[in-house]
Design a protein around this ligand. Sequence first.
Ligand code: ADP
Length: 516
Amino acid sequence: MNKLEILKRHFGHQGFRPLQEEAVDAILSRRDLLMILPTGGGKSLCYQLPTLMMPGVTIVVSPLLALMHDQVTALLEMGIPAAMLGSMQSFEEQQETVRRLRRGELKLLYVAPERLNNDFFSQLLSTLPINFFVIDEAHCVSEWGHEFREDYRRLSLLRERYPQVPIAAFTATATREVEADIASQLGLRDPVRVRGSLYRENLTVSARHRVGDGRAQLLDLLSAHKGESGIVYTLSRKQTESLADHLRAKGYSAATFHAGLSAEERRRVYEEFVADKIETVVATVAFGMGIDKSNIRYVAHMSLPKSVENYYQEIGRAGRDGLEAETLLLFGAQDLLMQRRFIDELPETPYKAHAYAKLEKLWRLVSGEACRHKALADYFGETLPECGERCDNCLAPAVERLEITEAARKFLAAAWRSGQRFGAGYLIDLLRGSRDRRILENGHEALSVYGIGKEYDRKQWSSVADRLLELGGIALNEHKGVVLTETGAQILKGEREVLIRKERMEKERRTPKPQP
Ligand code: ADP
């Protein structure tokens, strides 16, 4: 049978997708392969199909047991003899798999990377006719990526131990740097490189400064997607719970998903979500890998994701069916500071400097005003034209700005006069002339800055504070007290201007009182 017949007969597809055939041909000609194709692009077919045209067994290294299990089940349903060796299997099952391998009955064997350290297993491999090795999620071999795994690093052994066996590496996302690292770590020999475009034209991508807790902005998004499926990412279990409560109170069918739930609960949420019984899943990043649902219409982030790679993957879960979908990222300067603090804690290695640089790029991407699709593609080393109509920046290019230097100076003065010890919330109370007990106890109603900021509401003031953080005019001490920086001092002295996007200074929206 030739490629196309196998494609139709075993996989039930009418033709190859772009780039699949190139990858299949590379494998059939026994070349090494490095394929970078966004999730959903159809990577598995690229190694599953040629395997059927080769005499031996193909060994697939994959990091996730659940993913392996799904793949094996799908292969068996297609009538392709496949198995996995994992810690989930009983001893008897494993023995049976080994027997079938020896008898040459299997076309594909899925294993976790640590299995290759096992002497018995590597001995076994050297007696088998191996078609080629597949390294799935190959970015895990690189420390410069976003999911480095120690046990992937040892995959360099494969080339050393089985020098004649070709290697095919697959990943959804890799910067040029990570791509080069994968090739060198795995010892690929002049691999055929196949790189798909990252552009997802059915996604409308937006990123905005979070206003307050961001819930009003989120509800705006959700109200445009009533009855549709979506994911909302938050940072912590606690946040998922309280946000899901809030959404339910607003009439949305929302459930939570995080690592604190039992496996059973997680499975239930996942299944009900896939079956469209739950509209919105409020989740930590634990909800991700291997989500197989094509009609997700929106993905929202309540704060800055961990990296550009994570961001791309997380928003990429929307609109797999090719129909329109929307993504919204809400971020604040506090997110940046928090992540920076995590990196501060790391030991001094080259990795640390790299982590700061990566965070900086993420921040520039989300707070920047360039086309989002173009900026994402740039990050991964792909050149794209501006999307023109698929991101907030292209849709609203003429951003109106307000000058808020006076407000910024008032805020800085409040921090300075009160001794650089108080948090933004307190300073805002002070500026607005609040009779809050703490202010009175501190005698701060006597300060010259008391009540000089009544023209702005709390939300507007918190935008001023955020803007100052972004500009580096203020910093927060370990108790979240606002302190002035060099830049802040310059602003206070009137030596620098402060501008802000106009929409960030809109007054707080109040639900109108019902008319009698
Ligand atoms: P990836 O591993 O790149 O995320 P998958 O291999 O899981 O992607 O494939 C995604 C989906 O695309 C699967 O449902 C698969 O059946 C489908 N698919 C793959 N190749 C083709 C093709 N040539 N024609 C139609 N559908 C395809």
